[in-house]
Design a protein around this ligand. Structure first.
Ligand SMILES: Nc1ncnc2c1ncn2[C@@H]1O[C@H](COP(=O)(O)OP(=O)(O)OP(=O)(O)O)[C@@H](O)[C@H]1O
Ligand SMILES: [Mg+2]
Length: 457
């Protein structure tokens, strides 16, 4: 296990259960530049950043596992590494799992072929620069601290496209920017899960608590001898737990032979309805804290987290709103959707403390040409701000999604990979390009909003 060098560094213990490993950076090197490697390791150690790298004979599986759970890949670029098979494979894995690649040039090597294509575009730092190593550490620290935005797709009106937008927008975001996206199915109807996986698969997953309930309560996913919180609707487990390791928990939508990057799902289940019936306030408060802590935990392993939510205001709504930085409210160009957005804004304003309050962005979904010229135009001009009870016109996203049969729900077919359900990867078809373009526009706007601070509230 050569790649598990430096084991122990960056490990910490939490209240209950096993060690929680701090995220680490993986250093890709050829083995021929030990001085640069040690210098870098020392600089990272001083900055309290955990690192891993291979030593001796490469163990591919171990290296891939370490890269898969790393927050970034540093590539020591040298004459030896541009000829190294190991370095090339490290870069390929980093690209496949969607982590940032941070090259650092340590000699005058020329980059050709694969390295020119995959490494050069990321190359900004070298040892020839004044304080090049210091800048490298700063860049790794930025990746370390980067906060993953958490977005709740929500409207207190059913059937406006929450699930469709969650799935398709996330797929488009991941396709456009690469990186790692986590979808969480917080709706007890679990339609999002059914978008990607058959009912049997979804139910088998929740049958072993490999599902959303394990964000809220200690379950069989955390300890083999634990009772399942899904079995007993009348009891709430307030025992703390260490969030489950990502690999044993999430479902990889892109799979291993799908498009590169990471798009994962924590699958939904009906049993989280039990929280709507519970009246033990203290237990619910503890369970909400477990949920918030779990989301914070998975934040370090993703670049975007998206919740699909239920259309009525429940305990789950509060949890989603407190965890989210932003709400995207899909709405149809009609008065009922508008009422749903009005209620949503009221709930956010009246029920969520100011410092936890997410920003609200409203997205027109399923608009056709005719509506676009009337209702949508009026909404953008502020005509409905009074009915909405807030400055809807200022909270509207500029991009919108058209009404199209391409968005229609199609059950996943047996044997077909889950990623085929994503319009971003669904092959070619009449009108698909226009749909992809509009999804990409929404993704770009969401990214700009997430990076540029809040709107709405
Ligand atoms: N832009 C669109 N064009 C055409 N059909 C759409 C569009 N968006 C969603 N739909 C369709 O509208 C229906 C409702 O969508 P969806 O299930 O995503 O709504 P929802 O808000 O998640 O519903 P619920 O409140 O039940 O969770 C689905 O049949 C879906 O395929
Ligand atoms: Mg839905």
């Amino acid at each position: 296990m050569g790649c598990l060098r430096l084991k122990g560094l960056g490990e910490s213990r939490v209240q209950d259960g096993g060690p929680l490993r701090m995220p680490h950076v993986y250093i890709s090197h050829s083995g021929a530049d030990p001085d640069a490697l040690l210098q870098l390791h020392e600089a990272l150690r001083v900055a309290a950043i955990a690192d891993r790298y291979g030593v001796g004979e490469p163990d591919r599986a171990a290296a891939d596992a370490e890269i898969n759970s790393a927050l970034a890949l540093i590539v020591l670029v040298s004459a030896a590494s541009v000829r190294s098979r190991t370095v090339r494979q490290d870069v390929e894995t980093a690209k496949a799992v969607g982590i940032p690649i941070i090259p650092y040039q340590i000699d005058k090597a020329r980059l050709n072929g694969f390295f020119k294509q995959e490494v050069q575009p990321h190359l900004r730092l070298s040892s020839a620069m004044p304080d090049g190593m210091g800048q490298l550490v700063t860049e790794v620290q930025a990746a370390y601290r980067k906060k993953c935005p958490v977005v709740a797709v929500m409207n207190l009106k059913g059937g406006v496209g929450k699930t469709t937008v969650t799935a398709q927008l996330s797929g488009a975001w991941q396709e456009a920017f690469g990186g790692r996206v986590l979808l969480i199915d917080l709706d007890p109807q679990y339609n999002l899960t059914q978008t990607f996986f058959g009912m049997d698969e979804a139910d088998a997953s929740s049958g072993v608590d490999r599902s959303v309930i394990s964000l809220f309560e200690r379950s069989r996913l955390h300890a083999k001898d634990a009772p399942s919180p899904a079995e007993n609707w009348l009891s709430l487990t307030i025992a703390p737990f260490t969030p489950a390791a990502r690999d044993s928990y999430v479902h990889a939508i892109l799979g291993t032979d799908g498009p590169p990057g990471r798009l994962d799902l924590i699958s939904g289940q009906f049993e989280i309805s039990k929280y709507a019936f519970a009246n033990d306030r203290d237990a619910l408060a503890a369970i909400k804290q477990h949920f918030l802590r779990s989301i914070d935990h998975y934040r370090s392993e993703y670049d975007l987290i998206v919740f699909d939510t239920n259309p009525n205001a429940t305990f789950l709504t509060r949890c989603a709103l407190e965890a989210a930085d932003r709400v995207i409210a899909p709405m149809h160009a009609d008065i009922y959707s508008l009422r749903g957005v009005r209620l949503l804004n009221l709930v956010i304003r009246d029920q969520i403390e100011e410092e936890k309050r997410p920003a609200l962005s409203v997205l027109f979904n399923a608009v056709n040409r005719n509506e676009q010229s009337t209702f949508e135009g009026d909404a953008r001009n502020g005509v409905y701000d009074g009915i909405a009870g807030f400055a809807l016109s200022k909270s509207l996203m500029t991009a919108a999604l058209p009404r199209s049969a391409h968005f229609a729900v199609k059950a996943p077919q047996d044997g077909q990979p889950a990623w085929r359900q994503l319009l971003a990867h669904a092959g070619r078809g009449g009108g698909l390009k226009a749909i992809r373009d509009s999804l990409k526009q929404v993704a770009l706007e969401l990214k700009a909003l997430s990076e540029g601070g809040s709107s709405g509230h």
